[in-house]
Design a protein around this ligand. Structure first.
Ligand SMILES: [Zn+2]
Length: 346
């Protein structure tokens, strides 16, 4: 078991990582606080895999619990899902002694956080991310959002959970491509802030070997981002400004987030080296590492669409560039940097 302290503003909360935690969730919860009741919110797919196990663990810990199982797919990100969840919270009259446990992928946890943030009474939010990208990235930070249409990121806020519980073994049931996309985010953590993690990733081979080290991998990623606040977080958002521009501008619209992060990180690293901002290490080692996890090294992107996306962000931006593996510096650059990084040669 590993614990990471994360912060949202002045508020601190713990992220607990433990293999097999979904079967002991009730115990882990009662060790921290004893809710009078719990509402477990998840989607059909996650429920099928882990729902009954979590409910049994709550029962064993003598925490009366109800469940709400949302339709799988894009539904948890919709206003209808928010209405369904808020309705249930209201019907149950959840209060400050109760726990709202949201278990699943990013959009479900975002909507659950959004509901907790807007709920009139105080309710203790417990996040249980089940995807690798959740464990490596957004589980630290307290982001809540309502993605009312694909790609929208502006409706939401930051609301700290009371506790975040991570069972690294839940990544074992992820489809191959989503899993490897999550590894894109993990490689970013290593390249930006943890040279030892990056080195480990350069030596692992095959999914079983990765799974065997997953608790350590997820812990190292969360330990990087958890304590960081505001602008300091920019240092570890390597490749993300590029990734958002690529995600908007890709012609085939088929890239997953971690794949776009891998491409963005590669472009920024190579361009940084061309400009003399970095030593030769990262740009040489990144392509092999990305290839090892079957991540793309190229994608078709419309220059006009990327330019328009950058234009919408303003004339300049802060961008993290690796000086060496495990260490970045944030540079304030104009938009041409991103265009040159991408079109100057990947
Ligand atoms: Zn990301």
């Amino acid at each position: 078991m590993q614990t990471v302290q994360a912060s949202v503003g002045a508020y601190r909360y713990d992220i607990i990582l433990e293999n097999g935690l979904t079967g002991r969730l009730g115990d882990r919860l009662s060790e921290r606080f004893r809710p009078s009741r719990a509402l477990l919110v998840t989607d059909e797919n996650v429920w099928r895999l882990y729902g009954p196990r979590v409910m049994r663990s709550l029962e064993a810990a003598m925490i009366p619990a109800e469940s709400l199982v949302l339709r799988a797919g894009g539904y948890p990100a919709t206003l209808d899902a928010l209405r369904e969840l808020a309705g249930r919270m209201n019907d149950l009259r959840l209060g400050r002694e109760d726990a709202l446990i949201v278990m699943g992928g990013g959009s479900l946890c975002d909507t659950g956080g959004y509901a907790a943030w807007n709920y009139r009474d105080v309710v203790r939010l417990v996040q249980v991310p089940t995807t690798l990208i959740g464990m490596a990235d957004w589980a630290a930070g307290g982001k809540t959002a309502l993605e009312y249409k694909p790609g929208s990121r502006m409706i939401g806020s930051f609301f700290p959970p009371t506790l975040t519980l991570v069972d690294p073994q839940t990544t074992a049931t992820m489809p191959e491509r989503e899993f490897m996309s999550g590894m894109g985010e993990v490689i970013k953590c290593g390249c930006a802030a943890d040279a030892a993690l990056f080195h480990l990733l350069e030596t692992l081979s095959g999914r079983a070997a990765i799974e065997a080290r997953m608790e350590e991998i997820a812990w190292r990623c969360l330990a990087i981002k958890g304590p960081l606040e505001g602008p300091a977080r920019q240092k570890v958002m390597l490749g993300h400004s590029m990734a958002h521009a690529i995600e908007t501008a890709q012609r085939d619209r088929g890239l997953l987030h971690g794949e776009a992060v891998g491409l963005g990180m590669l472009a920024v690293t190579r361009h940084g080296e061309r400009l003399g901002l970095a030593t030769r290490g990262p740009a040489e080692r990144l392509p092999d590492c990305l290839r090892r996890y079957h991540l793309p090294l190229a994608a078709a992107v419309e220059p006009q669409t990327m330019q328009a996306r950058l234009h919408a962000l303003g004339s300049s931006l802060d961008i993290a560039v690796p000086e060496r593996v495990g260490w970045t510096r944030v540079h304030h650059v104009d938009n041409a940097f991103v265009m040159d990084a991408w079109f100057g040669g990947l």
